[in-house]
Design a protein around this ligand. Structure first.
Ligand code: NSS
Length: 433
């Protein structure tokens, strides 16, 4: 079977190969036999199809191999495509040549396993239908994000993830020994993106971000993929416009290009088609009032937890922005509003209680106030000197935001837990495999 072309299973299921002889390769997904016939469900990256192997139709030693091959064995088969209403997907292959590439050992994943076990064998569980669909969806989301940035005059840039700056606060930073100097794994690319706007004006990047979050929630990873943008000459309101357009573009188009994945994952595409600008804006102080009215014991200065975020989006079918948080509750780099008490920021909250998708703000240009706020967090000011240079040499009003890619995928795919939005989730209790 060398040097020939391989048919993808999807092409067969689309009805384009009926009656033809095809060669396919993939893995045994399920297997059963009855009365001299072996039924094998074969999967490749595009789908699953039934192959039937009848004793007598193929050489005896090939039939014997088909009998012996366990699930997840890799195989190559040749056969004729037949339409068959009883077969899953409506088509099957009548096999006339069967080859085993690798006889799998008994596969450790059978049925009814605990979440912990499935995480232990994550490298194998990635072959499951659910994770396959999520990974395909995520790749498509990324393609749409790139498309949107390209069409809107942003340059993609590649900042470092090794840094001396803990821009999001010392409490959640991972530190390590960098040749005798204490360095951090980046929590955000923001400060580097800010440096790049002075030559490129509008930039974006996708990098891993690291957060030593002790909290074990459905929405927190210690390593996640962070999509960030920074824009010269843009204020907080302009920043929100960019965010709502980007998110709407992804939702509108993913509903078109990932119908199969979304259907499998249980997300109604109609939920995504309604996502379009503008998104509602509500000030933090009004959000607190709204929560109090709903009976929550919360006051000015408090952070939102998951129940608060869920209550704030109750009845909303689109994401909302909560703006103007108290100065003390947010990072040192956010511009202080004219009231002196709040900052020019916005968090985008997803509907259905999926929580914060984006954190963004207009950036402060006041070096003294930034120093004071950094000192309060115990930061080493000298490591931020380069950042203050950006304010010293031709500073301009600018804004930016960060979107947690797995949060976005979790919401779009309607997942229960963020870990299924990333192949190898890193949490407080897990770095293996
Ligand atoms: O801390 S953020 O709210 N904001 C920043 O890091 C800014 N410096 C971004 C910027 O302006 N360039 O994080 C941004 C988003 C947040 O809204 C979440 O969607 C996501 O990053 N995020 C996380 N996702 C998964 N796991 C964890 N632990 C996590 N933390 C933040």
């Amino acid at each position: 079977m060398q040097g020939q072309s391989w048919t993808k299973i999807k092409e067969i299921l689309e009805g384009n190969k009926t009656g033809e002889e095809v060669n396919i390769r993939g893995w045994i997904y399920r297997k059963r036999s009855s009365g001299g016939i072996i039924f094998i469900l074969v999967r490749d990256s595009t789908g699953v199809i039934q192959a039937t192997i009848k004793k007598g139709d193929i050489p005896e030693e090939e039939f014997e191999k088909a009998e012996r091959a366990l699930i997840e064995s890799s195989i190559k088969i040749k056969g004729i495509v037949k339409e068959d209403k009883r077969a899953p997907g409506g088509y099957e292959i009548k096999v006339n040549k069967f080859e085993v590439v690798n006889f799998a050992e008994p596969f450790p994943i059978t049925e009814d396993h605990s979440e912990e076990f499935l995480l232990d064998v994550r490298h194998l569980w990635l072959r499951s239908r659910k994770l396959t669909e999520v990974m395909k969806l995520k790749a498509k989301v990324l393609r749409l994000i790139r498309e949107w940035f390209d069409e809107n005059d942003f340059y993609e840039v590649t900042p470092s993830v090794i840094t001396l700056n803990a821009a999001e606060g010392g409490a959640t930073v991972f530190s390590f020994d960098y040749f005798g100097q204490k360095a951090f794994l980046s929590q955000t690319a923001q400060m580097y993106l800010e440096a790049l706007i002075f030559s490129l004006e509008r930039v974006w990047s996708l990098t891993p971000s690291f957060r030593a979050e002790k909290s074990r929630t459905r929405k927190h990873l210690t390593e996640y993929w962070h999509l960030e943008a920074e824009e010269a000459w843009v204020d907080n309101e302009g920043n929100m416009k960019i965010q709502e357009e980007l998110v709407s573009y992804v939702c509108q188009n993913i509903a078109k290009v990932a119908k199969d994945e979304l259907e499998y994952l249980g997300r109604d595409v109609e939920d995504l088609k309604v996502i379009e600008p503008p998104f509602k804006r509500i000030k933090y102080k009004d959000a607190i009032k709204k929560l109090q009215d709903k009976g929550f014991d919360i006051e000015w200065g408090d952070d939102f937890g998951a129940p608060h975020e869920r209550a704030l989006v109750e009845g909303e079918d689109k994401p909302i922005f909560v703006t103007h948080f108290p100065v003390e509750s947010k990072a040192f780099y956010m511009k202080i509003s004219p009231d002196g008490k709040t900052v020019e920021c916005a968090d985008m909250l997803a509907p259905e209680g999926y929580g914060e998708l984006i954190g963004g703000s207009e950036r402060s240009e006041d070096i003294d106030s930034m120093i004071a706020r950094l000192k309060a967090d115990g930061a080493k000011i000298e490591n931020y000197e380069w950042y203050f240079d950006l304010r010293r040499y031709g500073s301009v009003p600018h804004s930016g935001f960060g979107l947690g890619l797995e949060r976005l995928v979790m919401w779009i795919a309607k997942l229960d837990h963020i870990r299924d939005a990333i192949p190898f989730p890193r949490t407080v209790t897990r770095v293996y495999p």
